[in-house]
Structures are given as structure tokens and as C-alpha cells.
Design a protein around this ligand. Structure first.
Ligand code: AMP
Ligand code: MN
Ligand code: MN
Ligand code: MN
Length: 275
């Protein structure tokens, strides 16, 4: 069995359709894939259909934006019921936040002399807006060479197009995932650049609200970082997950299926999912 429990399709900020994603997963010998688009479950239907044809197990997932002590966190829900009313209402709130932020971002870029609206609409089609969509529109308009450059010059704190956003609290997000029968996982724990002490505090508070898993193996962390996360998962008795956070074949550093296997001492999150 080979698991990859974190990736994106064009239903959020990924480049591939769910069907293309499944084809790539098969190429990478993945047997169990979770599609975890940002704040939406809209791609899961197509993904399930394609997975069925390809004989791959598709786990229904979602990556939900949350705020903890002013810090943006991503909480992955695995094994969620995509038709659950409470989850859908929560995701609808986050989608609305995204639309409101996009309006403010467009206005802020305009203040800096950048007219992004028309190009953004072409990039978006009918997807909920994410910052990578803005990055793509900035590239298309010649303001940046690639996404990394767009995220250096624009869209981040202190730069044109940055709008601060308060997402729901971790207990709210945990409640939506739990209502939908899912298991909640802290995504890419080292991405937030917290001190070790603060990360451990987050984990304690997160466990209190029912988030009992962390991604231990991600595509971008080196062996030493994976070891550190392994130790934390063991110390704090957390389920461990594997996720590449794949977005696009153009970002080879987070290739689908490229996250390393978990250490055998860990309890894998798929045990909690019944695999
Ligand atoms: P949002 O949730 O709309 O604020 O957008 C966050 C997403 O932007 C993340 O999930 C990443 O996929 C993407 N992102 C953030 N920073 C960068 C970067 N430096 N280069 C490329 N993508 C980035
Ligand atoms: Mn993303
Ligand atoms: Mn994320
Ligand atoms: Mn992600």
C-alpha cells in the first residue's frame, strides 16, 4: 500500500483535474489517495468516479484554513462525508471569506497601479479564489516570472495585494470535520515557523479540540525534520500522516507520492480511517 493524503486539484489551487490527478497517482503506484482541496469538497465527486475506474482508493478530504493565536493554520480533514450539512456550511463560510478577501485584494492591487480583475477572471473560471490564482494572473500580466517570485513581490505581508484574513478557530474547524465523520490532521507542521515550544503548545490545544493527527512525512521536509516530527508524534501520542501537498507538475519539489514512508513505530492515520 502507498498513501498520499494531501494534494490539490483545479477545484482549488492545483493545476490538474481530478481525473488527471488519479492518472498521475496510478503512475506513482499510489494505492490510497486523499484529495484535499482548500476549503472545498467540490472535486470529490469527479475524483471518486475516476478512482473507481482506475481501481485506486480515493479518500474524501479537504484542507481547511483556520486561525490559532493570530497564526494561519491548515487543518486537513480525512474521510469526511462531502454531503454533511455542517461541514458544507462551514466551508461555505470560508468560501465567502475568500470572495470578500479577493475583492479587497483587487482593490489593493489597483491602488498600486495593477489592474488584475479581467485576467483573474480568466484564471479563475468558476473556482473559489486563492492567492495562487492571483499569482498566476500576475505572471500572465508580466508582473512576475513564476509563482515564487509573485509570492515575494506581491500577496504577502507588507506587499501589494496582501489582505489579512481571520479564519475560523481550530475548535470550529475540528467540529465541522468531526460532524462529517472525518479525522482532523495538522497539515505541514513546520510550515508555520513556530518555535518548538509553541508547536508543542499548539499540539496540546489542538488535541483538546479533537485534532489528534499531524503530517509527519511531507515532500519538502528533510530527514532531520521528519525525525523531529516523528519524535513529537510519539511523545504526544498523535496519529501520523503522509502528504505531498502536490499542486502541479511544475512544482517538482512536491511531487505526488514523493513523501517518504512513515517510521514503523508510528501509528498511521489510516488506522483511524479503517485501512
Ligand atoms: P490562500 O489559502 O489563498 O491564502 O493561498 C495559500 C496557498 O498559496 C498555499 O496553499 C500554497 O499553495 C500557495 N503558496 C503560498 N506561498 C507560496 C509560494 N511562495 N510559492 C508558491 N505557492 C505558494
Ligand atoms: Mn495550496
Ligand atoms: Mn496547506
Ligand atoms: Mn495543501
Amino acid at each position: 500500500m502507498k498513501f498520499d493524503l494531501h494534494c490539490h486539484s483545479h477545484f482549488s489551487d492545483g493545476d490538474l483535474s481530478p481525473k488527471q490527478l488519479i492518472a498521475l497517482a496510478i503512475e506513482q503506484q499510489i494505492t490510497h489517495l486523499a484529495l484535499t482541496d482548500h476549503d472545498t469538497v467540490d472535486g470529490l465527486n469527479q475524483a471518486q468516479q475516476a478512482a473507481k475506474e482506475a481501481k485506486l482508493t480515493l479518500i474524501n478530504g479537504v484542507e481547511i484554513s483556520a486561525t490559532w493565536r493570530g497564526q494561519l493554520l491548515h487543518i486537513v480533514g480525512l474521510g469526511v462525508d462531502p454531503n454533511n450539512a455542517e461541514l458544507l456550511a462551514g466551508l461555505q463560510q470560508n468560501k465567502q471569506r475568500r470572495f470578500d478577501r479577493a475583492e479587497a485584494m483587487i482593490a489593493d492591487l489597483e491602488k498600486h497601479g495593477i489592474e488584475i480583475g479581467e485576467e483573474l477572471n480568466k484564471v479563475l473560471k468558476d473556482t473559489t479564489p486563492t492567492r495562487p490564482h492571483f499569482a498566476q494572473a500576475l505572471i500572465n500580466l508580466g508582473y512576475a516570472k513564476n509563482k515564487q517570485q509573485a509570492f515575494k513581490r506581491y500577496l504577502v505581508k507588507g506587499k501589494p495585494g496582501y489582505i489579512a484574513l481571520t479564519w475560523p478557530s481550530i475548535d470550529q474547524v475540528a467540529a465541522w470535520i468531526s460532524a462529517a465523520g472525518g479525522v482532523a490532521v495538522l497539515a505541514h507542521p513546520l510550515r508555520y515557523k513556530l518555535t518548538r515550544t509553541k508547536l508543542l503548545t499548539l499540539i496540546d490545544e489542538m488535541k483538546e479540540v479533537g485534532i489528534e493527527a499531524i503530517e509527519v512525512s511531507t515532500a519538502v521536509n528533510d530527514a532531520q525534520q521528519v525525525k523531529m516530527l516523528t519524535d513529537i508524534a510519539l511523545q504526544k501520542k498523535l496519529y501520523a500522516s503522509i502528504g505531498s501537498d502536490f499542486h502541479s507538475p511544475d512544482q517538482p519539489w512536491s511531487g505526488l507520492g514523493s513523501a517518504t514512508e512513515l517510521s514503523p513505530e508510528l501509528v498511521p492515520v489510516w488506522q483511524a480511517l479503517g485501512y
